[in-house]
Unconditional design. Structure first.
Length: 334
């Protein structure tokens, strides 16, 4: 059995041994920790069973310090059945140093972080390693032209170091839904492999994608349907094509960040999109067997549904759908 399969097996065994899904749905559903996110369970009248956390990316030393057992970060580990940790692949002061990473320069930090996570929670932990490497986010680990090979080597090496110290964690490879069409990024994509950046089935346990209601806005059923099967330069872009790509690799898909998004200059009323919220819910209901988990990004006013919101229609639809839960999901289509 490969190391990745072993890690995923431990995760699934842990979850299978846990009580029935806390939220009463047929898939694992949660929220980003902190901010207004703690309100989301009461808001939908169903507890959360996934908590997504973020580790700072200023320096490797800061990453190690944040993950030390006994701190505020560790205190969140057992609040929910599934603990999801968003871990940078490089720090701000080591931006772009993929080759150094692959050569072992940061091994001490990876092993310390892995040991810290293992001490806090040995199983039932997902690590989202180096999110959005294919995107225009400005992260220190976003891949630029000519860096793809070193990025893959770095990801694989970091994964090995983490698992050597924490064999029970599962590693998620998380992408933006689309690679920006600029000269800064590796183009074109190859089928099922965004920008040629996939580290490999043997080291990846779960696929993840961020699927916000932006680029394009999915405010009508026609727009949702068009976006659902969309590709870009031969790779996945729509939620349906991401699911298909994950299935082709034998992986479950995590929609680890999703939500309404009021972008610069856009009126809140234009971003208030119950059609998108309802279709995301129906997607989870129809594909629960292939969904690892989902997490609404309930932070910042441009996304937030509670405790206050700029998007009353979307908030009401979320409250209704997730409140009805299994009853609504059983009748859900894509």
């Amino acid at each position: 059995m490969t190391r990745a399969r072993l890690g995923l097996g431990l995760l699934l065994a842990t979850l299978a041994a846990a009580p029935a899904l806390a939220d009463g749905l047929t898939w694992r559903s949660g929220s980003t920790e902190g901010g207004g996110s703690d309100c989301l369970g009461p808001f939908r009248n169903r507890s959360l069973d996934v908590g997504v956390n973020y580790i700072v990316h200023s320096t490797f030393a800061a990453m190690v310090k944040q993950t030390v057992p006994g701190g505020a970060f560790a205190a969140s580990a057992n609040k929910m059945p599934l603990w999801v940790v968003t871990l940078p692949l490089l720090a701000d002061d080591t931006a772009g140093q993929f080759a150094q990473c692959a050569a072992g320069t940061f091994d001490g930090s990876w092993q310390a972080i892995g040991a810290n996570l293992n001490a806090v929670r040995p199983q039932g932990t997902v690590v989202r390693l180096g999110i959005e490497a294919n995107g225009g986010s400005g992260h220190a680990w976003v891949v630029k032209t000519g860096q793809a090979q070193d990025y893959v080597a770095c990801w694989r090496h970091a994964a090995g170091q983490l698992k050597s110290a924490a064999p029970g964690l599962s590693l998620e490879w998380t992408s933006s839904k689309k690679t920006p069409n600029t000269a800064l990024h590796v183009l074109p994509w190859s089928p099922g492999d965004p920008a040629g950046l996939y580290p490999g089935d043997d080291v990846v346990d779960l696929w993840g994608v961020h699927y916000y209601d932006s680029g394009p806005l999915m405010s009508t059923q026609k727009r949702w349907d068009a976006a659902y099967t969309r590709t870009f330069n031969g790779g996945p872009w729509g939620l349906g094509t991401w699911l298909q790509a994950a299935r082709q690799h034998g992986k479950k898909l995590a929609v680890s960040e999703w939500g309404i998004w009021q972008q610069g200059g856009q009126a809140a009323a234009a971003a208030d999109d119950p059609v998108y919220v309802d279709n995301v819910f129906r997607f989870f209901g129809a594909n629960a067997a292939d969904v690892a988990y989902e997490s609404y990004f309930n932070k910042l006013s441009v996304h937030q549904l509670c405790p206050s919101t700029l998007f009353p229609n979307a908030a009401t639809k979320f409250q209704t759908d997730w409140g009805l839960g299994v009853t609504a999901a059983r009748s859900a289509s894509r």
